[in-house]
Design a protein around this ligand. Structure first.
Ligand SMILES: Nc1ncnc2c1ncn2[C@@H]1O[C@H](COP(=O)(O)OP(=O)(O)OP(=O)(O)O)[C@@H](O)[C@H]1O
Ligand SMILES: [Mg+2]
Length: 261
């Protein structure tokens, strides 16, 4: 493939990731566009590559597809992965905030995200950085894909130590509560992501419903905003933010959010 970088979308410098658009040309015509993700940290590259290779065997539509590796001898510092370009897609939070998107549309993506996450867990992988920005939605169809596997690891390799975004990641990941790190950590993030989609429809920030303080207690940012949540969403939030990861995992096995969508 004759691939050329056409535009750098995000670049915060060495040590950070760089996101660019790539075009494939054929006789000077642009044939296809891809997304290039270059990694500032080697371990994130290895995590993302291993996860995408493992998940590609599932051929699931709700995980972003890796196309090939990026080899540029002049840019050895930041290895890269070429991904399908989700043109016209947007962050799940931007989608949820759209005026025309109803609570039932949000329930539908909540159901799709649950299925995608369950498949990932059945493959033995934790995402470990699930949040609205790492879930993309096609506003034309409501299709959903999980992206950003830089923190993703097989369950047996998970370690404590502040992975992901503290507004969304399970408290055991940062060592705030005792217990194993397993799929229960993603269930916590799932509940906050889904509740955030609903909460943000009021147009205010922040959208993440909770903040974890330094002794491991979690506080609702503004309890009055939670009062506006539909009852089923409040129940999911309550169930999947159970502090003990073992209990949370067991609860996760016994529920199926938004089954009818
Ligand atoms: N395949 C894709 N198609 C279209 N846009 C994408 C794609 N992958 C990533 N993006 C956009 O680029 C952003 C950054 O990508 P990604 O989350 O994978 O990188 P990151 O450096 O780990 O980001 P962050 O640290 O902000 O989570 C995404 O939030 C999304 O807006
Ligand atoms: Mg991201």
């Amino acid at each position: 493939m004759d691939l050329k970088i056409s535009k750098v979308l995000v670049d915060s410098g060495r040590g950070d990731n760089r996101i660019s658009l790539l075009v494939e040309k054929e006789q000077a015509e642009v044939k296809r566009t891809y997304l290039l993700k270059q990694f500032g940290k080697a371990n994130h590259y290895v995590n993302e590559l291993s996860a995408l290779m493992r998940l590609s065997q599932e051929s699931s539509e709700d995980i972003v597809k890796a196309i090939c590796l990026w080899r540029d001898p002049s840019d050895r510092q930041r290895p890269g992965i070429v991904l399908e370009y989700l043109q016209g897609w947007e962050s799940s939070m931007d989608y949820a905030k759209r005026i025309e998107v109803t609570n039932d549309d949000i329930r539908a993506i909540g159901s799709r995200l649950w299925d995608a996450l369950s498949r990932m867990h059945n493959s033995g992988l934790l995402h470990a950085d699930l949040k609205p920005d790492n879930v993309m939605v096609d506003p034309r169809t409501g299709a959903l894909k999980i992206i950003d596997f830089g923190f993703s690891v097989p369950f047996h390799r998970v370690q404590h130590g502040g992975r992901g975004n503290p507004r969304y990641s399970g408290p055991e990941i940062a060592g705030l509560v005792q217990g194993p790190i397993n799929e229960a950590a993603d269930l916590w993030s799932y509940a906050l992501t889904v509740a955030g989609w609903f909460i943000c429809k009021d147009g205010k920030n922040p959208c993440s419903p909770i903040r974890i303080d330094h002794n491991g207690d979690y506080k609702f940012v503004d309890p009055s905003r939670l009062a506006t949540l539909p009852e089923d969403v409040r129940q999911i939030l309550h169930a999947l933010t159970t502090q003990d990861p073992l209990k949370r995992k067991a609860i996760g096995k016994s529920i199926q959010p938004f089954l009818t969508f």
